[in-house]
Design a protein. Structure first.
Lengths: 484, 404
């Protein structure tokens, strides 16, 4: 703990003694996010209750040059909320009020600690909902969604968090409170709102978020279809797209992922099938029904071996339970796993899956695949046994898969973020010049570099001098953090 | 290759007055790069103030451009770089006219789902992004910011930086495309743009409901609360236009439901327009939004949709606004105002007081009407970004006057 006494007194003065945590045992519960391999115990944890208190805390950080890391529910999968040892964590968990739901203008105003699902719960009585639905939606917060520009299963049709946020009240690195965006899509000047979205907590802390709400679709149709190969399932996705249909969701799972999900939740998937597709359509009843018939015909054309149509909301929920449980369920078939989040152009899905399988064979490791087929966002799960000494091999394979996605014209991350995890891979995707310009944007928001340092952009300190090559994390070498 | 030449200032080429002060004649060199590399050289190899210009369809928007030492014309930086029909993405040079791009994409049953009024005048993709321009389809598809998935931008010193990529889902790195969206040529040249595409709907139907603004607003609210999922809801002149898109088979029943929901207005029954009439109505809407009167300034505003009718009514009553259109679902409205500075400043104030934003879009040559209302609360960040990316203040001087 290296927060000096004067700074601590200032935090206590701004927040009150009870809202400043310094006991080591309590600090430990903030040492990592969903990427549990990286752990750092922060100097202090602050629990502000208002936007003004967040601003006050940040002003103390600015005055004492103390790095700060904002944190929502801590469900992030890229180490974006990893604390800084000589810094503070600012938890937004106590800012969890739904400030307004406006059914006429179809929007909600939220504090950052409101969970994603609670937004839809608050909107539901008006026949409205909030579209982005990351798998962690029961616990993840809207503030975290803003930081990560979260997606979810339905973003092929409905877009990402950035497409649904109208305005943000944010605390900047100097402690000033400003609004980005506004009451309509029309803004005066550059879209700073859009720059903030997905900036992973590196340019400020959102304290109030205005989101668009959509009308709940009149009709939703969901099917689960098995296929004799991943290629056949991939062709179904291509044909659906070629038919001019934009499904609400198209998800794919392979044999291993299905095995895991079935072991966990018994959702009715077929054990042993090489590939299963979940296709969901929604919209006005007439449109939805017509397109659903087209989708069924496309599935049959490509040798679908089983077609299960959800008869009611309960059966639909079961299908989604199987899909959404897949990550956690992998723990049932493997002691340890890494999850990746790369994206490829959809037309290269079959190619990337074949190459991942070959890379897995070569490394002697199993890879389960569950992914958003409609938008090419993969979630390969590299299974391994740390006790058997497979960690390093698994980590290497996992990193290679992410970089393969870049090589095929895609991205390192579709929704989990770069965070701590992939910062050192950024030079695989962007040139030094690209990254330098991003660094200049960051400096414009945070010239002193106090706002979630070490995340998103590679730094020589973290990644070594040679860009792109894996090296142990500097903090790892120093014994400050460890991987699994 | 880049062509450098000089052009005498001419209002048909520089309608906003880019060269001599107050439109006085002055020779301004023009660089017309045809490749990214040439664009880089043109900026890196020049000094002084630069005006970025595409086809010149929005040269007189926002703040008045101050005299420049160089015009960088993007019209040769044009054409498709890569189109992946199966992925529904396209990469283009920034100077590509969207009208031409959409004509090419239509052969594949695809489109860039953007219907800003000035597209038919030849507006470029880069220009549409730089001006954050959108049309009625924004109700479903948003602004250019929601369609751009990647870009290559060139800073004033010639630094070329890439952001995003060719996949629709991508959270790696800062989204620099958002930064140049609405930057009006002040932060960087938009040299290349990657866009996500949407299918061209198999069929569309438009219903016209004759009504004045307040009554139209109530009807629009009812349509938006229904499950009919309209793709555009606009009031223009003396009627509400509602557009539905979908399959030919489903559109008939959906349109019937819409007609039932609307019922008769005080001015008459709703009418499903024949296709040729629908095309004409939407063209007329675009023409009103995109009007360039000699004696008036055009203002575009955005606010909470429910406040829009009241704000527009106030602008009509107090300032005599005319040629009004109202995006009753998006909260975006347009109008013509007397081009006097005091009247336009008052209009900005009225919109701002309702929590909205406003921007001047077109004014008569020589008009001193202010381009913007009060500065946004984020102005300090905006200035800091400008200082980082264009420290010498070379690009787009005057565009954000008086804030920046």
């Amino acid at each position: 703990m290296s927060i000096d006494a004067a700074a601590r007194r200032d935090f206590e003065r701004v927040l009150g003694v009870d809202d400043v945590i310094s006991e080591r045992a309590r600090l430990r519960s903030y040492e990592c996010d969903g990427l549990t391999g990286y752990r750092v115990i922060p100097g202090l944890v602050l629990l502000p209750r208002t936007a003004e208190a967040v601003a006050g805390a940040v002003r103390v950080c600015a005055a004492h040059a103390i790095p700060f890391v904002a944190r929502g529910a801590g469900t992030g999968l890229s180490g974006g909320a990893l604390p800084v040892a000589d810094g503070v964590v600012i938890s937004l968990q106590r800012l969890r009020r739904v400030l307004e739901v406006d059914p006429v203008d179809r929007r909600a105003v939220l504090e950052p600690g409101v969970t994603n699902l609670d937004v839809t719960r608050a909107a539901a009585p008006y026949g409205l909902y909030y579209a982005p639905d990351p798998s962690s939606q029961q616990v993840c917060t809207i503030g975290g969604n803003v930081a990560e520009n979260s997606g979810g299963a339905h973003c092929l049709k409905y877009g990402f968090t950035t497409n649904h946020v109208l305005a943000l009240e944010v605390v900047l690195a100097d402690g000033s409170l400003v609004t980005l965006g506004g009451d309509s899509g029309e803004q005066a000047g550059p879209d700073l709102r859009g720059v903030f979205l997905g900036s992973e907590g590196t340019v400020g802390i959102a304290t109030k978020i205005t989101v668009r709400l959509l009308r709940t679709p009149e009709s939703v149709r969901t099917l689960l279809a098995d296929f004799p190969s991943v290629e056949a399932a991939g062709e179904v996705v291509s044909d659906i797209v070629a038919a001019g249909i934009v499904p609400a969701a198209v998800e794919m799972m392979d044999t291993l992922a299905i095995e895991a999900a079935e072991a966990a939740v018994h959702a009715g998937y077929t054990l042993g099938t090489p590939a299963a597709l979940v296709v969901e359509l929604d919209g006005p009843a007439e449109e939805c029904d017509g397109q659903f018939e087209q989708v069924k015909a496309i599935c049959e054309k490509h040798g679908c071996t089983r077609l299960h149509i959800a008869a009611d909301a309960e059966e639909r929920a079961a299908i989604w339970r199987g899909r959404k449980s897949a990550f956690a369920a992998v723990g049932r078939i493997s002691p340890d796993y890494f999850v990746q989040d790369g994206v490829v152009p959809r037309t290269r899905l079959a190619e990337v899956l074949n190459r991942i399988a070959a890379m897995g064979d070569e490394a002697g490791l199993r890879v389960a695949n569950v992914f958003h087929a409609g938008d090419g966002n993969l979630h390969p799960l590299v299974l391994f046994d740390a006790a058997a000494g497979e960690t390093e091999r698994a980590e290497e394979l996992s990193g290679k898969i992410a970089e393969l996605c870049v090589e095929l014209g895609g991205s390192l991350s579709g929704e989990h973020g770069i965070g701590t995890d992939k910062a050192c891979s950024m030079p695989k995707m962007f040139s030094e010049v690209d990254l330098a310009v991003m660094g200049r944007v960051r400096s414009a928001f945070d010239p002193a570099g106090l706002c979630n340092p070490g995340k998103l952009l590679p730094t020589p300190r973290l990644c070594g001098e040679r860009p792109g090559k894996y090296r142990p994390h500097a903090l790892e070498e120093a014994g400050v953090i460890e991987r699994l | 290759m880049t062509t450098h030449d000089s052009t005498t200032h001419d209002s048909t080429i520089h309608p906003g007055g880019t060269a001599g002060p107050d439109g006085g004649p002055a020779a301004v060199p023009v660089a017309r790069p045809a490749t990214l590399a040439e664009a880089v050289s043109a900026l890196a190899g020049s000094t002084g103030r630069v005006l970025l210009r595409g086809t010149g369809t929005a040269t007189d928007w926002a703040g008045r451009a101050e005299p420049a030492d160089l015009v960088l014309d993007t019209t040769a930086l044009s054409g498709v770089i890569t189109h992946n029909p199966g992925d529904m993405t396209v990469g283009v040079h920034g100077g590509t006219p969207l009208r031409e791009l959409n004509a090419t994409l239509a052969e594949h049953g695809q489109r860039v789902a953007l219907d800003a009024a000035r597209i038919d005048r030849g507006a470029t993709v880069g220009g549409l992004v730089a001006t954050a321009d959108a049309g009625p389809a924004a109700l479903v598809h948003g602004s250019p910011r929601d369609l751009v998935i990647g870009a290559t931008v060139v800073l004033a010193d010639g630094t070329a930086a890439r952001t995003g990529g060719h996949v629709i889902k991508n959270v790696a790195g800062y989204d620099l495309a958002k930064l140049v969206h609405g930057s009006h040529g002040t932060l960087a040249l938009i040299a290349e743009v990657v866009l996500r595409l949407h299918p061209v709907p198999p069929a569309t139907a438009t219903v016209r409901w004759p009504a004045r603004l307040p009554e139209a607003a109530r009807a629009a609210a009812a349509v938006l609360a229904s499950p009919l999922e309209p793709s555009a809801v606009e009031w223009c002149g003396d009627g509400l236009l509602v557009r539905l898109e979908g399959s030919a088979a489903a559109l008939g029943p959906r349109t019937e439901r819409l007609l039932d929901l609307l019922g008769d207005s005080a001015d008459g029954p709703p009418q499903r327009l024949a296709e040729v009439d629908a095309v004409a109505e939407w063209a007329e809407h675009a023409a009103v939004v995109d009007a360039r009167p000699d004696d008036a300034a055009m203002l575009r505003i955005g606010c909470r949709p429910s406040r829009l009718p009241g704000v527009l009514t106030e602008l009509v009553h107090e300032l005599g606004a005319s040629r009004v259109t109202a995006g009753l679902a998006t909260g975006v409205g347009t109008m013509a105002l007397a081009a006097e500075p005091a009247a336009v400043a008052r209009a900005h104030e009225i919109v701002h007081a309702a929590g909205g934003t406003s921007m001047l879009r077109g004014r008569p040559a020589g008009s001193r009407a202010p381009g913007w209302g009060p500065a946004p609360s984020s102005i300090a960040v905006l200035r800091a970004v400008k200082a980082e990316l264009d420290p010498e203040g070379r690009l787009g001087a005057g565009r954000f006057s008086p804030w920046m």
